[in-house]
Design a protein around this ligand. Structure first.
Ligand code: SAM
Length: 248
């Protein structure tokens, strides 16, 4: 059987493509792409002339199964998305799952991923984090979603769109509080790459004051909940134990 390669492509700067990604894209029989017109430009840039075929998670079952059939017949396929790592807020899950179920070799070709790049420069705790993808578009649902994360202790990473950033940051101020540490990483690897870091309120104010800070592609990172109350409890408990030990 053939191999399904899951290939990361750049998130802005084309220099971030890997040698291995280029080799694989050149050598496979087909490149399955989210948007073939978008990916045609990438291929053109790197002089890759492998045929491109459209793939989405909502492509019908028959389409996904046809791709599995091709793999079973010994064809090699590379899956790419418009930018970054496939399956990370991008299509691919269904195809990878079907391939795994069919015992087909699935090989990652790692590379750019906006959330990992943002986390690497945010200056927020990175030992534990959770990736939340895109928030719900409707304000009520978004608020519920954020409220459920109120006591999340890990650094939270969100993807956001320019037309929603102001509302989302305002909702974060409401739910997490004005003082919570927050980082907005914008246009990573591109000309206007910007990282705004501060309290949630400070970052919101910057975005409200300056329309340029609402443009482009963006990642929002929020520091996890610090269980100050729990820390106080622990201190009180410790003190009580010390005092108890002194009692006759
Ligand atoms: N698969 C991609 C990845 O590996 O990061 C993510 C695809 S998702 C459809 C697109 C979102 O990723 C954007 O709305 C933005 O939140 C984030 N993103 C992609 N490229 C970015 C960049 N250069 N700078 C900041 N955020 C970016």
């Amino acid at each position: 059987a053939g191999t399904l390669y899951v290939v990361a492509t750049p998130i802005g700067n084309l220099g971030d493509i890997s040698e291995r990604a280029i080799d694989v894209l050149n050598s496979v029989d087909v490149i399955a792409a989210e948007d073939t017109r978008h990916s045609a430009r990438l291929c053109q840039h790197f002089s890759i002339d492998t045929p491109l075929k459209a793939y989405h998670d909502y492509s019908d079952q028959a389409h996904s199964e046809a791709m599995i059939g091709q793999l079973q017949n010994g064809k090699n396929i590379a899956l790419i998305s418009d930018a970054g790592t496939p399956l990370i807020s991008d299509p691919g899950y269904r195809l990878v799952k079907l391939a795994r179920d069919a015992d087909i070799n699935v090989v990652p070709i790692p590379g750019a991923c906006a959330m990992a790049a943002a986390l690497s420069v945010a200056g927020l705790p990175s030992d534990r984090f959770c990736f939340e993808g895109f928030l719900p578009a409707k304000s009520g649902q978004r608020l519920n979603y954020l409220q459920a994360l109120l006591e999340e202790e890990r650094t939270m990473i969100f993807y956001e769109a320019p037309h929603r950033i102001e509302d989302s940051l305002a909702a974060m101020v409401d739910v997490f509080g004005a003082e919570r540490d927050l980082v907005l990483a914008r246009e990573i690897t591109k000309t206007y790459e910007t990282v705004l870091a501060g309290s949630a309120q400070q970052v919101l104010s910057r975005v409200q004051e300056d329309p340029n800070q609402r443009k482009g592609e963006m990642v929002v990172l929020v520091k996890g909940f610090e269980a100050k109350d729990k820390q106080i409890d622990a201190k009180v408990e410790h003190m009580m134990r010390c005092l108890l030990a002194q009692l006759p």
